[in-house]
Design a protein around this ligand. Structure first.
Ligand code: NAD
Ligand code: DAU
Length: 342
């Protein structure tokens, strides 16, 4: 199996690459990543010299580059690359439109022409919008994105779908709930709360803290992607989630308990504009059809995540002070810039 992974220097992509090379020692992976602020080659240092792994710095919206990469045989593309932080999309969504919409379209277009055998588009439960207490979204539910980020992901899903409907290009879409675990950039709720609490800094909870998310440990997501890659049906959508939405305040309190810190650190701050109240997925399809189940419960996953951040103060510090960006520049300059041959 020869894979092109996009966005592999980010949180889920880097966990996926490490997981996939472990689970499939014969697999080859090309990782294409632009190294935006969210791309961090520190995340991949343990496999950077792996003989079956190659890194290419570049933009998924660059059709010439994609064309060159796909001149070698690639069995499947796993497309993670995206702008992902909702708050940043509220401030300015330009990069979200460029990468998530134009970038996905460009990748689909070149991959179709090169007849890539499978295109796995990694999407999100946010495309279904905010749900009420007794609702959960299945794969047929309406797409009702509320943030500019969610709108850009919904648009990319629609392009992916159209490539199957129009050209029978074998696209599969996954829509996953909120991930957490090692190597997550500390702008997202869980790593932000952990890194603040480690330094006894205030924990900013938006609004009343009663918004609900369905937290999934990142390795469970990686296993689900592996199953979809292997056996997902082309043209289909698969929801992926743990199956138990939890209020933000409950997550933060649980973290503080695990860390032995006081709830006095919690500070309620102004709400996020258009803040989705609740995400909840019906994940019956992937469980019944592909036999996937999550393995890591929230309490265990949070404890492992806290442990990871506690044991990686250098990673956190380099992320906070921007040093990882300099390292990425150096890494790239010191590498042969020619395209990898598998
Ligand atoms: P992330 O922000 O940690 O990483 C994104 C990666 O994409 C970075 O390495 C970045 O450098 C790269 N990238 C950005 N623009 C690029 C471009 N134009 N060309 C090439 N690379 C580019 O994101 P993540 O949290 O790992 O999310 C990965 C994917 O999973 C995204 O598509 C996201 O929408 C989806 N998703 C995330 C979650 C979650 O909870 N984090 C949940 C469901 C789905
Ligand atoms: O649902 C999947 C999505 O999960 C992914 O598609 C996105 O890429 C990912 O960023 C995430 O989006 P959220 O907006 O749900 O995640 P975030 O970690 O930003 O926020 C989780 C919840 O916590 C949300 O209700 C907002 C709240 N929050 C967040 C931050 C950063 C706070 O209360 N305080 C904070 O400081």
């Amino acid at each position: 199996m020869k894979l092109l992974v996009t966005g592999g220097a980010g949180f889920i992509g880097s966990n996926f690459i490490r997981y996939f090379l472990r689970a499939h020692p014969d697999a080859h992976i090309v990782n294409l990543d632009k190294l935006t602020y969210a791309g961090n080659l520190d995340n991949l240092s343990e496999i950077e010299s792996h003989p079956n792994y190659k890194f290419v710095r570049g933009d998924v919206a660059d059709s010439n580059l994609i064309n060159s990469i796909l001149s070698q045989p690639i069995d499947a593309i796993v497309h993670f690359a995206a702008e992902t932080h909702v708050d940043r999309s509220i401030a300015d969504a330009q990069a979200f439109v460029r990468t998530n919409v134009l970038g996905t379209y460009t990748l689909l277009d070149v991959a179709k022409r090169k007849r890539v055998g499978r295109f796995l588009h990694i999407s999100t439960d946010e495309v279904y919008g905010s749900l009420t207490a007794d609702e959960s979204a299945n794969e047929q539910s309406h797409i009702q994105p509320n943030s500019p980020y969610a709108a850009s992901k919904a648009a990319s899903d629609m392009f992916a779908r159209s490539f199957w409907q129009t050209y029978q290009f074998p696209v599969v879409i996954t829509r996953c709930s909120n991930n957490y675990g090692p190597y997550q950039f500390p702008e997202k709720l869980i790593p932000l709360m952990i890194t603040h609490a480690l330094h006894d800094m205030k924990l900013p909870v938006y609004g009343d803290g009663l918004n609900e998310r369905d937290w999934l440990f990142v390795e469970d997501h990686c296993r689900a992607i592996d199953r979809v890659l292997e056996a997902g049906r082309p043209g289909e959508v698969y929801n992926i989630g743990f199956g138990r939405p939890v209020k933000n305040l409950e997550v933060v309190r649980l973290l503080l308990r695990i860390m032995g810190k006081s709830e006095d650190l919690i500070e309620f701050v102004a709400d996020r504009p258009g803040h989705d109240r609740r995400y909840a997925l019906d994940t019956g399809k992937i469980r019944a059809e592909l036999g996937w189940e999550p393995a890591v419960g929230l309490e265990q996953g949070l404890a492992e995540t806290v442990e990871w951040y506690r044991n990686h103060p250098d990673w956190v510090e380099r992320t906070r002070n921007g040093e990882y960006l300099t390292y990425c520049e150096k890494f790239y300059r010191n590498r042969d810039a020619t395209l990898p041959q598998l």
